[in-house]
Design a protein around this ligand. Sequence first.
Ligand SMILES: C[S@@+](CC[C@H](N)C(=O)[O-])C[C@H]1O[C@@H](n2cnc3c(N)ncnc32)[C@H](O)[C@@H]1O
Length: 486
Amino acid sequence: MAHLDHLLRYRDLIDDWSAFEAASTRPLPRVLWANPLRCDLDTAAATVARLAPQAQRVPWTDGAWRLPDDTPVGSWLSYRIGWLHAQEEAAMWAVDQLELSPGQRVLDLCAAPGNKTAQIAVALQDSGLIVATERRRPRLAKLRFNLERLGVSCAAVVHADGNRIADGVPHFDAALVDAPCSCEGTSRKHASTWRDMDRYRASISQLQTSLLRKALRLVRPGGVVVYSTCTYAPEENEQVLDSIYPEVAAIEPLAIPSGLVTTPGITEWRGRSYRPDVANAARLWPHHNDTGGFFVAKLRRLDGGDARALPPTGPGSPQVGPVPQDWRRAEGSERDELLAGWEVAFGVAPARFADHALWQRRSSGSWWIAGHGVIPDVRWGNVDTLGLRVQRGRKPPTQLSNPFLRRFFRGARGSVVELASSELVSRFFARETLDATGPTSGFRVVTARLDGQTQGEAPEVLGRGLASGGELRCELSKQDTGNVVV
Ligand SMILES: C[S@@+](CC[C@H](N)C(=O)[O-])C[C@H]1O[C@@H](n2cnc3c(N)ncnc32)[C@H](O)[C@@H]1O
């Protein structure tokens, strides 16, 4: 098959070339995982079973399903409101290797479009801090959108070249380098368009090496750095690992879940040998698990060096480093007033925000909610978002953003309209004007009971509406609306 010719160089590494060829050209199943920040696993499972009866459980992890490649999951309401997320299966196990626990500080050096940032947030139970850096500005929008949709509040998205992060910042507990690469493992999604592969590999390998070295300088001694790519090339994988001095980091065995077939890293390639512990890394080939191709390695920083770790997170924890110029944190009575305003208007208790800090961006006046004490000194980049946006603009936060409402306002008691049928929910998302009873006009938190939600439970928040003259208007963003499958 001509479009796989560029992969013939790996023929000796592949146990069954014709199975590899066949798998590499078949459509890739769609894989969805349940987002525990937004719904429980049983509810997500019931939704998937109802909307895609052919769905099969991913055998090596809980809460994930394989669906036919043409399943239009983007139009599912449950997807739009962040209960579910689609990700390439081969890429899903890298984050598991970071050994994360809630409250930790994690650097995600190559973050867009944010699939793994979201997985990190889930592993942290949306506490602690993720600094998610991305060099290419146009890719920030997708990163932002995914994190908002999934209700992630513990991430600071920073527009920066990962190589330029100052070495002096206090150290992270863990870092992920999901490096830019030649993407050979994505042949099931895109045919290769590379012409001068050798030249490209040489230059990308240098970038990958410098990003990995940077990550190792930024984690605390004992901290884990996971290096991953979606490519097979040893020049972009084992050779990059081999550039790390053994006294700086050990390459450790991976926790490979049962049911996932991998092959070990190779210690020799085209006359060049690599440090022996690269064998602890692993490759995924498409024909072994019916996925794309992927490579993962786990490095543990060894040197005593500078052992400064970041202080623990939580209410009252200190700001780490100087606050980025454009941001200020609402403290004391200012914070109390904001929270009291939400309690009066919507019946949402201030205690719900106890684990979060409120921030204002000076230039736009917009308000944001993020974990406590979160931002490290990021003079090397631009803080693009800080947790979830509460509200655009300078007005006091009464026109609250949809991602913020969905994440924090379930169970609100004031200014709520509950849509009583799937038909009304569909019409709301189609931006139709609905009938609204009630004497007052103004902002509404629009809710509905979705799959598996009983009368005793608080209904799900769909987003913002505006009531006026007996009518309810949809105030969702254009990205959110359109035809939805409820
Ligand atoms: C493989 S993608 C990351 C995928 C992402 N981790 C996910 O799971 O959705 C690599 C990303 O690194 C970004 N990138 C490339 N060079 C970079 C650099 N020097 N610093 C930060 N990001 C970089 C690319 O723009 C690209 O978005």
